[in-house]
Design a protein around this ligand. Structure first.
Ligand SMILES: [Zn+2]
Length: 363
């Protein structure tokens, strides 16, 4: 079957409850997804009555479960028993990543965007008749990572949908998707999960994260990405530097965090990914410090184990303007996505603060 990108196999999610008898086959349908209750109910109804919108756009923060939900929707649609049983022929093909009714387009390995060629290939594939009377589903993962030309190319497919085709788009940054594409999709905002739901997902995946569940900010995918001991060490390192930073003499310490456990000759892409992670960790800590200063309470603090450092960060003048500080971190993350040197992007976000502190100390 022609594909527009490397096939992405449906991820298994474990059974919600255990039963007597032989071990149940892990369900992969909408019922097995954590959180997003109202949205799942809507999608279940529409799938059962074969009235899915021809284009859906799932919007939400990284790791909130957009892809998981989209894959569960696909399983629900094609499953022989209609619930994503995980054991029928269709579910088996989805789990193996070779179901003829599913096309997947995503950012290819080593690339940073979805190209116009990928979208043109998709348009061609969709112009052919579906082999299955249940039609065809397309997962377009990371619609906000399409180049401008790719987005233009997708428009025509969305404007003149062939009957029986359903496109499911996912995006973290809604404003990076053309308004003309957004308006042709039925849009759904995926909200962060409760801490208990995040913990339940971790238990089901067998993950015992090194970071507190709260740091995931309702996004279970963050646990998978951040749950290891290295990220926890980096988080503590960032907290320490944000709390104690004394100026330019701390620059080597930031560099050390950028290079910790990286190969001697780290690829620019690896350093960019690390800089992005450090900025997100800094954002999480600064956000906590701002909340702590505003409310004095710790009820909604995510990095509660760093309470002492957070109080220090909250007391530092350069983080006093919370809006400016957080937008500086966000801007730096955007610059890291581009061709800016990761180290300098990191320092632009964090070093001005150090300079200000140094000047204040000298004054
Ligand atoms: Zn099935």
């Amino acid at each position: 079957m022609p594909r527009s990108a490397a096939p992405v196999a449906i991820e298994e999610s474990g059974p919600v409850t255990s039963r007597f008898g032989p071990p149940p086959t892990p369900a992969i349908g909408l019922a097995a997804v954590a959180g997003h209750v109202a949205l799942r109910r809507f999608l279940m109804e529409r799938t059962a009555s074969r009235r899915l919108p021809h284009a859906l756009l799932f919007l939400g923060p990284t790791g909130v479960g957009k892809r998981t939900l989209a894959q569960a929707l696909v399983a629900q649609h094609f499953c022989a028993t209609g619930d994503g049983c995980g054991s029928c022929g269709d579910c088996g093909a989805l789990l193996r990543g070779n179901h003829p009714g599913l096309l997947t387009v995503a950012v290819a390995a080593g690339k940073s965007s979805i190209s116009i060629e990928q979208v043109q290939k998709l348009a061609h594939d969709l112009s052919l008749s579906a082999q299955d009377e249940r039609g065809r589903m397309t997962l377009l993962l990371g619609a906000d990572r399409m180049t401008a030309a790719a987005q233009d190319a997708l428009l025509k497919t969305l404007e003149e949908p062939r009957p029986g085709n359903v496109l499911v788009l996912t995006a973290t940054r809604g404003d990076a998707v053309l308004p003309t594409i957004r308006s042709r999709c039925q849009r759904f905002a995926l909200l962060p999960l409760a801490v208990t739901e995040v913990a339940a997902v971790a238990a089901r995946l067998g993950i015992t994260p090194a970071i507190p569940f709260e740091v995931a900010a309702g996004c279970p995918g963050v646990l998978v990405e951040w749950g290891g001991p290295l990220v926890d060490r980096l988080r503590r390192g960032v907290a320490k530097l944000l709390a104690e930073e004394r100026g330019r003499e701390d620059l080597p310490k930031w560099l050390a965090l950028l290079h910790e456990e990286q190969p001697e000759e780290a690829e620019p892409a690896q350093l960019r990914a690390r800089a992005r992670l450090l900025l997100r960790l800094a954002g999480s800590l600064v956000r906590d410090a701002v909340v702590l200063r505003a409310s004095g309470g710790t009820a909604t603090i995510r990095n509660l184990d760093q309470a002492e450092r957070l109080a220090q960060i909250a007391g530092r003048a350069e983080w006093a303007d919370a809006g400016a500080a957080l937008s500086r971190l966000a801007r730096a993350a955007d610059r890291v996505e581009g061709n800016v040197d990761p180290a300098s992007a990191l320092f632009c976000a964090l070093q001005p603060a150090a300079d200000e502190a140094a000047r204040a100390a000298e004054a």
